[in-house]
Design a binder for this molecule. Structure first.
Ligand code: UDX
Length: 466
């Protein structure tokens, strides 16, 4: 079986190296710099196991890399895995999908197998896209079309590609569906559920999965706000308790500074726009999911100002620039909103990330950020440290060590990684979704907050008559 994958980004590259463990794979991209790096065995993406599998694929000859201008060998399965970014108004931008389809159309004899080829879109696209872009090719005969989404998470992209929880095939003909199913069964074996459905249901399923997970996170974050107003309550305990209910599940219940990355914000925005166009009204829940999320990063700067006062001239250490651990991706990272807000308030910013050498730092540099690859140097002389990404390196360090060279010992934990630790008495530790640590550290210029009294609806504490 020969496979061609268009798009050598996260999805395309991860898919290519995984399928190349068994099949002949041609990986194609328009970006010459990216292609030269991949040909030389450098992925540019920080992702566990990716470099090893890339090296294996290249040295075995199973994986071949092409610039779009080069001659691409014919294949039975073509995956389109190019980016589908957001336009400024939230609409999905399909120009890269369109360009690939045009290339396939123009160079059919070269790219497609003369007997039968299946073209499957793997990029996230709004319902109706696959049919709109590929149906005219299908009509020419010997070509099947499908939509088959990926559900890989950054940081575990290889594991998720090799061991998915399910595969989805959206197709409008039995032949295309059976063809792709037999390919997946051959690669994954019989244990992975393979769901066959219409193209549009499959396109929708991808948005539904991401929108649901994003909703879960915004729900937890909204509850975290409410929990903070209740004395002695902690969102971690609350969520642990509800996660035992199998209808809820324990995953994606972590309160924090909100979701970022290349998928959730973009996909919820695209679904929102799509729904608005189709229903002529704004879906209020999806809108609220984004609204809650946009306010999350500012929580930590608000907390900081409450406890440190004016930020002008203060040095603040930022721990973690990527939107989550295990990746060098900074797309829609909450760190950028936090840094921008600190900068606007006159703070000087130090930033550390365990993989700072592999991050594109240009978007942070305009805020005068000083970058550090060493934790201790980053913290020296700082007035507070804000933790934004839960890298294991930060979890391993002791609080005493962390604060030893700080000018003021304030830690704001945006990911709750120290929430269960014993905090030294001279450290002001503040985290999201908890009033427990906060009561020991009254805010700067503190005035009692009447609304924080959780018995306010009672006139007096209840006494029980015997
Ligand atoms: C996501 C989906 O999980 C994946 O299936 C899809 O194909 C692409 O989008 P990814 O963007 O890599 O993957 O990250 P994910 O691990 O899902 O986390 C997204 C964001 O949510 C991160 O910013 C993370 O910090 C945040 N998050 C996640 C929380 O704030 N709380 C949680 O409980 C879980």
């Amino acid at each position: 079986m020969k496979i061609t994958i268009f798009g050598a980004g996260y999805v395309g590259l991860s898919t290519a190296v995984c399928f190349a463990t068994k099949y002949d794979v041609s990986l194609v991209d328009v970006d010459h710099e990216k292609i030269s790096a991949i040909k030389a065995g450098k992925s540019l993406i920080y992702e566990a196991q990716l470099d090893e599998l890339l090296e294996k694929g290249l040295s075995s000859g199973n994986l071949r890399i092409f610039n779009i201008e080069e001659n691409i060998p014919p294949s039975e399965i073509i995956f389109i895995a190019v980016g589908t970014p957001s336009d400024q108004d939230g609409y999905i931008n399909l120009q890269f999908v369109r360009n690939v389809v045009k290339t396939i159309q123009k160079r059919q004899k070269e790219i497609l197998n003369p007997n039968y080829s299946l073209i499957a879109i793997r990029s996230t696209v709004i319902p109706g896209t696959t049919r709109r872009y590929l149906q005219h090719l299908e009509k020419r005969g010997n070509i099947g079309i499908a939509f088959s989404p990926e559900f890989l998470s950054q940081g575990t992209a290889i594991k998720d590609t090799l061991y998915p929880c399910r595969m989805i095939i959206g197709s409008n003909t039995a032949m295309a569906s059976t063809f792709l199913k037999s390919f997946y069964t051959n690669f994954y074996g019989e244990k992975i559920p393979i769901l066959q459905m219409s193209i549009e249901s499959a396109e929708f399923a991808k948005y539904a999965a991401n929108a649901f997970l994003a909703t879960k996170i915004s729900f937890v974050n909204e509850l975290a706000n409410i929990v903070e107003s209740v004395d002695d309550a902690d969102i971690g305990d609350v969520m642990d308790s509800i996660g035992y209910d199998p209808r809820i599940s324990p995953f994606f219940l972590k309160a924090g500074i909100g979701f970022g990355g290349s998928c959730f914000p973009k996909d919820v925005r695209a679904l929102l726009q799509f729904a608005q166009d189709n229903l002529a009204e704004k879906p209020s829940l999806l809108n609220a999911v984004l609204e809650v999320n946009e306010n999350r990063p500012l929580k930590v700067t608000k907390l900081l100002r409450e406890h440190l006062g004016e930020l002008d001239g203060k040095i603040i250490a930022i721990f973690g620039l990527t939107f989550k651990p295990g990746t060098n991706d900074i797309r829609e990272t909450p760190a950028l909103s936090v840094i921008r807000s600190l900068w606007r308030n006159g703070a000087k910013i130090h930033a550390h990330d365990p993989i700072i050498d592999r991050i594109d730092l240009r978007s942070f540099s305009r805020y005068g950020v000083k970058f550090f690859s060493d934790i201790e140097s980053c913290l020296t002389g700082t007035h507070a440290c804000i933790l934004l990404t839960e890298w294991p390196e930060y979890q391993e360090i002791s609080i005493n060590k962390l604060v030893s060279n700080m000018a003021q010992k304030i830690i704001i934990d945006g990911r709750r990684i120290y929430a269960d630790r014993k905090i030294p008495v001279d450290v002001c530790y503040l985290t999201i979704g908890s009033s427990i640590n906060r009561k020991n550290h009254l805010p700067f210029n503190h005035t009692p907050n009447k609304s924080s009294n959780n018995l306010k609806s009672f006139d007096a504490p209840l006494s029980i008559d015997t």
